[in-house]
Write a protein that binds this ligand. Structure first.
Ligand SMILES: Nc1ncnc2c1ncn2[C@@H]1O[C@H](COP(=O)(O)OP(=O)(O)OP(=O)(O)O)[C@@H](O)[C@H]1O
Ligand SMILES: [Mg+2]
Length: 530
């Protein structure tokens, strides 16, 4: 196939909503020459709301090169055609400007409305899901075929629950009137969570309570509601399935959604199976539970191939078995084998003890311990910030030089521990979700230990994180601060209350000459600095 054939088959779905032939003809008139197949493909992709970075990925180009190409040509013709000043077009405006000019088909207005019936919240974009054909098929049978009311997809961290659910939802959303995806990773109280769902979903009658109102919506419309990271509101270190204090209402939520008749499906994604679901579920009942296992051999090999392995290396099968086909674990460990063992899987296996128990937890622990101090500091900051962060923002908080920081970010990316995204022409970094859960817990533990050590030994020598990181950032957006208080400050306070009756730092603080803004702010927040 020629390059032109390749391009012409891409994003053909744009045809459904746009008068492409007219649009091409008018752009060619503005430009005084025919559009290139690549330009037409970009135009269709942008009209389907793909970002330039995603287009570049599809075309096997670098995003920088594609941006140059767009800036040189297509963007300029569109500005001229839509009577906008030169150099003012951004990719996200392409559809709006051309729709205003009447290039959108009328009947597609309805499709557009259908799109507003979807709110993907924090669902990540998954480029390629390897393996999982059987799992997708089984879930479809239950959700679309048997019209189950409540589905729980559960399994260990990093096993691929979120990735699978995203791809599944992309395939089945047309069976529903509404789709909403929400994560509980910032542990919203139930009332806040329900209010958020009801705000998006169509609701007419005001009911006595939010839960009844939500269930009423599930009855009158066919909605697909996906709730990710459910385990965050379950209690750590307690019997499986019990809720954090103050979050017990979620149990009642699951019970009613599973037990009452309605035409929707609520899908709960969790590392642990909530108690209510284990009671209500059954293979032929409207509530079902799926435990997700690791990737099978072929899927796992395909994943390793994306990391530069051929899949034929000696020891590959044993490696897959050892890490139980866990995609996250395999991605991380593949980098180590590349980096330290020159892709020799058997040599790696000989060196490492058999991992038992929670493979991912063990692996993350080992990976984290291997990082340089600067890499650890960056990871902690990204965990605190809880949002994509630029190099400039990280520099403001870290004492290292720009080049050291860039090297650390590159190294972390190489280790598959952070992701780089480009947003509105800006490069931002964020933690891999699996790692962010692990690091938050570790941060809380470390800080609590530091405080206990100061109190016990009555000196400030053991201080590290307390003087290098903020528990709550002064300048963060209000919503992020609220999460930092809930996820970091409060658990530290709770740990301190549980571990020691009375922490008194007044002596040691009055004796020492402390001049550190993080330390002062953190101790003040914890009520230990008066
Ligand atoms: N089938 C797959 N093919 C390719 N990549 C995958 C697959 N499944 C998972 N991944 C990748 O592995 C990583 C972990 O997957 P995911 O976030 O879905 O795990 P999870 O089970 O939701 O973990 P957690 O319990 O931490 O939420 C992600 O980077 C994801 O894109
Ligand atoms: Mg997940």
């Amino acid at each position: 196939m020629t390059n032109a054939d390749n391009f012409s088959s891409l994003f053909s779905e744009a045809e459904q909503a746009w008068n492409l032939e007219n649009l091409y003809a008018d752009l060619e008139q503005v430009n005084h020459k025919p559009l290139k197949p690549l330009e037409k493909a970009c135009l269709r992709g942008l009209l389907c709301r793909y970002r330039p970075g995603q287009l570049a990925f599809k075309f096997n180009w670098t995003s920088g090169a594609l941006r140059v190409e767009l800036n040189k040509g297509l963007y300029r013709y569109i500005e001229e055609l839509t009577n906008h000043p030169s150099n003012t077009l951004k990719w996200e405006l392409v559809g709006d400007w051309l729709a205003e000019k009447g290039y959108k088909k009328l009947e597609s207005q309805r499709d557009e409305e259908q799109n507003t019936n979807q709110d993907w919240g924090e669902a990540p974009e998954i480029r390629a899901l390897l393996g999982r054909e059987v799992e997708i098929q089984n879930l479809k049978l239950s959700i679309v075929g048997d019209r189950c009311r409540e589905i729980c997809l559960w399994g260990m961290g990093g096993i691929g629950k979120t990735a699978l659910a995203v791809k599944l939802a992309e395939q089945i959303h047309s069976d529903f009137d509404y789709l909403i995806w929400r994560s509980l990773k910032y542990i919203p109280p139930l009332s806040q969570f329900l209010a958020d769902l009801c705000r998006f979903l169509p609701n007419s009658a005001v009911k006595v309570d939010e839960l009844s109102q939500f269930i009423d919506i599930l009855k009158t419309h066919r909605c697909l509601v996906i709730i990710d990271d459910f385990e965050t509101i379950l209690q750590d270190g307690e019997l499986v399935g019990s809720y954090r204090q103050g979050y017990e209402g979620y149990g009642n939520f699951l019970e009613r959604v599973g037990a009452e008749r309605h035409q929707s499906c609520v899908m709960v994604i969790s590392r642990e199976q909530p108690k209510q679901i284990s009671i209500l579920q059954g293979d032929t009942l409207p509530v079902r539970s799926f435990k997700l296992q690791g990737l099978k051999k072929l899927g796992a090999i395909a994943l390793l191939q994306t990391k530069g392995f051929s899949g034929k290396e000696g020891g590959v099968e044993q490696l897959i078995q050892q890490y139980r086909g866990n995609p996250s674990a395999l991605k991380i460990v593949a980098t180590t084998i590349n980096e330290l063992f020159n892709r020799n899987v058997s040599a790696f296996l000989k060196q490492t003890a058999l991992v038992l128990g929670d493979v991912l937890q063990t692996l993350l622990y080992e990976q984290f311990e291997r990082l340089s101090n600067l890499e650890k500091d960056v990871i902690y900051w990204l965990a605190i910030k809880r949002r994509p962060t630029s190099v400039a923002d990280l520099r403001a908080d870290l004492p290292s030089s720009g080049s050291e920081l860039l090297a650390a970010l590159e190294s972390l990316r190489w280790r598959s521990l952070i992701e780089k995204i480009e947003e509105k022409e800006e490069v931002l970094f964020l933690l891999e979700p699996v790692l962010s859960k692990y690091v938050n817990k570790k941060f809380v533990e470390q800080v609590s230990q530091e405080i206990e050590a100061i109190a016990k030994e009555q000196n400030l020598l053991k201080i590290k994180l307390l003087s290098s990181h903020s528990l709550v950032e002064d300048l963060a957006p209000e919503a992020v601060r609220a999460v930092q208080i809930r996820m970091t400050l409060k658990p530290i306070k709770d740990t301190l209350v549980r571990c020691s009756q009375n922490i008194d730092l007044s002596q040691v603080l009055s004796k020492s000459f402390v001049k550190n803004e993080f330390l002062e702010a953190n101790l003040t927040l914890l009520g230990l600095w008066l």
